[in-house]
Design a protein around this ligand. Structure first.
Ligand SMILES: Cc1cc2nc3c(=O)[nH]c(=O)nc-3n(C[C@H](O)[C@H](O)[C@H](O)COP(=O)(O)O)c2cc1C
Length: 178
């Protein structure tokens, strides 16, 4: 009887551990200036059950396009680390971190460097995504991977502006949804 009880408890414990490994928490962290990346992040969060985290610059970017491109260009040229005003609560509780941003000047905005350097990615799985008008999707996804060398990585995704064609298929392919 005792042996049977022991076996039952052991089986239950194994089951619970296996279940929690599969259902680890997901964070969908993103930076968005004009809303496209936010839209894609919301779709990812809705489908995966992930928690959204909007990366908020301490100093807002200009709301007009041209001045914004100029600030972004200077930040890139000076290897800046624009400050972030908010912080992820319960960082340790997340296993999988989606990181998303627009393509700015052929790559990820410098605020993504700040974000990546602000947290410990050991033991995490990072999934990069981006939105763009026409080009430099792969370079941007590769930069997010390069900025998080301590993490494991899954295949990334890029949307032209808000066109989320293929998003569900991608989430299935990387086994984030069934
Ligand atoms: C500063 C700046 C630089 C940009 N550079 C590129 C670029 O190199 N390649 C590209 O395809 N789109 C570029 N774009 C367009 C944005 O990547 C695209 O509109 C994106 O979807 C915007 O995302 P958001 O609405 O989340 O800010 C740039 C936009 C801005 C504001």
């Amino acid at each position: 009887m005792k042996t049977k009880l022991f076996t039952l408890v052991a089986l239950l414990l194994t089951g619970v551990t296996a279940l929690s490994a599969q259902t680890g928490k997901t964070l969908v962290a993103y930076f968005s200036w004009s809303g496209n990346t936010q839209y894609v992040a919301q779709q990812i969060a809705r489908q995966t059950g992930g928690t959204l985290f909007r990366i908020e610059p301490a100093k807002s970017y200009p709301t007009d396009y041209k001045p914004c491109t100029e600030v972004a260009k200077t930040e890139k040229e000076t290897d800046a680390r624009p400050a972030i005003k908010n912080r992820v609560a319960d960082w340790d509780s997340y296993d999988t971190i989606f990181i998303g941003c627009p393509v700015w000047w052929w790559t990820a905005p410098m605020i993504i460097n700040t974000f990546a350097e602000s947290y410990d990615f050991r033991g995490k799985t990072v999934v990069p995504f981006c939105t763009y008008a026409s080009a430099y999707r792969d370079e941007t996804l590769a930069k997010i991977v390069a900025l998080t060398p301590d993490a494991k990585h899954l295949k990334g995704y890029g949307a032209v502006n808000r066109d989320t064609k293929g998003l569900t298929q991608w989430l299935r392919e990387i086994k984030m949804i069934k």
